[in-house]
Write a protein that binds this ligand. Structure first.
Ligand code: GDP
Length: 463
């Protein structure tokens, strides 16, 4: 585009023809006028001609004494007139249509593009947890989902080792890139879950892990340097339900109930290829009923806006009815109908992971990646983390009040201003908090601090 514009400006024929025309009079040009003008200028592509309204404006604004080339420049700039801004970063240009030609714009319809550019530059991150008994195909499914081998150095334990094993939490991170968009994907696995002889409270270490990530974030967020906070909060937990049971097992109920306020739980029906289609259907209904009956709050897909189109609404409904997603995982590529696909080869046929007639794999992947990744992150931040934070602040305040009351008995001073104290923080933080507390108790000291800070700043200014 730029080179086109330059060419036109160096074209003497163009200058003359156009300039003359421009200074002819102060009558606004009409469409037929422009047609005629177009014939004068064979080198100007039609899309580069200024719109009628633009011409009228430039006519009234230009000084007839200006040189010809100057007037051409002015005309060309009216192509990208201030009333019709352009998105500076290509992509979808909100001003790039011919409606409302004569409307004045400020330009803030480019805001989404600005956000887009910034977030692409920064990259995205997503933390997915997989939980459920071992052997249900968790690692196979994760590899199938993200087309990577996330479990290269996994060590499987034998039966004896598993008896006493406690649930261990492992983290794998990969950086993947697709079409210039970078995603830092973290998979949190829970090997050993449900493996021991006694599995009561084996959800506890998983719950603790999630809380620890919240706590870390809370501390970082309340600290001094908030620029480079590592966010390890878990955005979604795929919970694997065995296809061999009759609906949910007690462990499943216990796990989901213990975690549903901490993380977005998405239940999946594992190894769906071991069930017939009608078994899958029945199991799904049973599991959905049980989820309801036990008051388990799994991740809720946000409601469709009423102005969405019918296709979208239908898709949304189908998604909600797919819970729990019946999934099949495979690490091998097989040949089916001449195509190479991820699948499982059986003596009686091939089951294809990405075939929606065989399972809900594609639906799950679309939900996780294409349609709901941002919502999962938003709900984590706005609901689960917010809950944690509120609880934290509440217990901190309670502690402070208790401390105050105890202090009041010994010395009759203090403020009513609650100073939060984080339970179980390091000695160093505690010392800092105590110091802050002292400052508030001694307003003079506090003022002195403020004053010295002020002096420091003004000195820096003078320099
Ligand atoms: P994890 O312990 O939950 O991570 O389970 P793995 O992914 O290691 O899988 C355990 C076994 O189940 C392996 O032999 C897999 O090949 C097999 N497997 C994984 N996914 C499926 C599936 O969808 N269907 C069937 N039938 N077997 C599967």
């Amino acid at each position: 585009d730029d080179s086109e514009v330059e060419n036109i400006m160096q074209d003497p024929h163009h200058h003359g023809g156009h300039g003359n025309h421009h200074h002819h009079g102060h009558e606004p040009h009409d469409a037929s006028d422009r047609e005629a003008e177009g014939e004068d200028r064979p080198h100007t592509p039609s899309y580069l001609r200024p719109p009628v309204a633009g011409m009228a404006q430039s006519d009234s604004g230009s000084d007839p004494s200006l040189s010809q080339s100057r007037s051409v420049e002015f005309d060309l700039s009216s192509l990208v007139s201030p009333s019709r801004p352009k998105s500076p970063w290509g992509l979808f240009d909100p001003y790039n249509n011919n409606e409302d030609q004569d409307k004045e714009y400020v330009g803030f319809a480019t805001l989404p593009n600005q956000v887009h550019r910034k977030s692409v530059k920064k990259g995205f991150d997503f933390t997915l947890m997989v939980a459920g008994e071992s052997g249900l195909g968790k690692s196979t499914l994760v590899n199938s989902l993200f087309l990577t081998d996330l479990y290269k150095d996994r060590k499987l334990l034998n039966a004896e080792e598993r008896i006493t094993q406690t649930v261990e939490i492992t983290k794998h991170t990969v950086d993947i890139e697709e079409k210039g968009v970078k995603l830092k994907l973290t998979i949190v696995d829970t090997p050993g879950f449900g493996d021991a002889v006694n599995n009561t409270e084996c959800w506890k270490s998983v719950a603790d892990y999630i809380d620890q990530q919240f706590e870390q974030y809370f501390r970082d967020e309340s600290g001094l340097n908030r620029k480079n906070i590592q966010d390890n909060r878990v955005h979604c937990c795929l919970y694997f339900i065995s296809p061999f049971g009759h609906g949910l097992r007690p462990l499943d109920v216990e796990f989901m109930k213990a975690l549903h306020e901490k993380v977005n739980i998405v239940p999946v029906l594992a190894k769906a290829d071991t069930l017939t289609p009608s078994e899958v259907k029945k199991k799904k209904i049973k599991i959905r009923e049980e989820i309801e009956q036990y008051g388990i709050k799994i991740y809720q897909f946000p409601d469709c806006d009423s102005d969405e189109d019918e296709d979208f609404k239908q898709q949304d409904l189908e998604l909600k009815e797919s819970i729990p997603f019946a999934v099949i995982g495979s690490n091998t590529v097989v040949e089916a109908k001449g195509k190479r696909v991820r699948g499982r080869l059986y003596p009686w046929g091939i089951v294809e992971v990405e075939n929606s007639a065989h399972c809900d794999f594609v639906k799950l992947r679309n939900m996780l990646v294409r349609t709901h990744m941002q919502d999962l992150k938003d709900v984590t931040r706005e609901t689960h983390y917010e809950n944690y934070r509120a609880q934290c602040i509440q217990s901190m305040t309670r502690m402070v009040v208790k401390e105050r009351n105890r202090n009041k008995l010994t010395r009759e001073s203090g403020t009513d201003f609650p100073i939060p104290v984080v339970p179980g923080v390091t000695d160093e933080t505690e010392k800092l908090i105590r110091e802050k507390d002292e400052e508030v108790r001694h307003p003079d000291l506090f003022k002195l601090c403020l004053k010295s800070t002020h002096i420091m700043f003004s000195e820096a200014d003078n320099e």
